[in-house]
Ligand binder design. Sequence first.
Ligand code: NAI
Length: 477
Amino acid sequence: MHAEGAMLHSKIMAYDLVVIGSGPGGYSAAVRAGQYGLKTAIIEKAPKLGGTCLHVGCVPTKALLHTAEVWDYFLHPAEQGLSCENPQLNLPAVMKRKQDIVDKHAKGITGLMRKNKVEVIAGYGTLLGGGRINVQSAEGTRVIESKAILIATGSEARMIPGLEPDDEFILTNVEILKLQSVPKSLAIIGAGAVGTEFASIFKRYGSQVTVLEMLPRLVPVEDEDVSKELERCFRKAGIRCETGAKASDIQRTGTGVSLNVTLANGKVEPLLVDKLLIAVGRKPNTDKIGLENVPGVQVDRGFIKVGPDQQTGEPGVYAIGDVVAGTPQLAHVATAEGMIAVAAIAGKPFTPINRNRIPGATYTEPGIGSVGLTEAQARQQGYDVKIGKFPFAGNSKASIVGHHEGFVKIVSDAKYGEILGVHIIGPHGYELIAEAVAAMEAEATVDTMINTIHAHPTLYEALGEAFNAVYGQAINF
Ligand code: NAI
């Protein structure tokens, strides 16, 4: 039905599909459209393709986190029976490695566009209505037409009102990636994925890190046990964590930033730091893309409402990724939504997004991976909840890699052994979650997973043990 909607315009259009924005959602959708034989163009305002995820998000941060992991081994060589005198962390070289990775992949995306016959249009795209898009670039302005339009314009860091980022003192995820020396002290406002990942990076690089979160726990979207374990590990690593805290009177001092912190107990404490990172969420890029010209598109606090096929209320206009209402702002969600939208546009079958099958992956130390309902959500929804929990302390591979913090927690329904959610915090938890996502997608039960043979010694054996723990039958703990 919606696929037909995309074809409503009877006049000759230059394109079958125009994608606005080349993040992981937009460029993947363009590739898929090319594979389907649709005449496709992608509009990007930045000099290189790839969007936030590639240039100032997922990829560069994970490169810095990988270096932090390697560096951590250098700092404790004796644990491995090694010695290493006077190791040095050279931040400009670390940043260059990160940038080389980013640039390589940006080039790769350009190659993918060529391979799939997607036309790349440099400039800023604005919807004009009736399948037309205005593209503004240094060369001037032109209007293109398309049967279908896919909005994939992403998001940007939300700021605390009254503050503007700069390159030196008050930073967002963008500016912090340009640092050329490790700050002595770093305060971070917001303990979501961005805040906790940068805390994990800069603590290991040698900064004194303070995390300020207004809610009562770190990573508040995760299961409560995961938040507790992360806070325990952060404190042990020397990261100061203040939850239930409010920052106010934020001022640049000339050499750093001063602020007042109202602690959970009501006490107000002054804090003076070299740098301040603002990581309080992201706002969708929907205010300057001409939505007023497509009145069918419905917006909720800036987020675009879509149907199961990712189509907005305006026939032929689709939206994916961080601009979409109701799904988390994650690169892999954008990509999945892009596949759905393009299938719908091309009249192919698709399966709508199932919120309960979206993996979360936070690359802190220890790492977090999760899918499905938390224990609290499952109880709220009235399930007869049965929990299985297995600590990495009982996993030999965790001891081998020297990271035995954390656990795997299974949230299941006692009635049929349905897997409702899986929550991992521990070594490479963000990779290990893959088994749980596949199991839930295949509607495997706790018993199926108990009968699934897990190789030894592996980190993912901890999942097998946790499924056994649902029946109180873990072996190694
Ligand atoms: P977020 O919404 O996940 O977390 C922001 C945190 O800041 C929340 O815990 C919130 O309670 C807190 N907060 C808000 N205002 C505050 C204030 N004034 N004072 C103190 N705390 C305050 O946003 P974040 O971390 O900026 O990430 C944005 C998006 O990007 C999220 O959807 C996140 O999932 C995604 N992302 C995902 C990553 C991953 O999957 N590894 C990595 C980075 C970002």
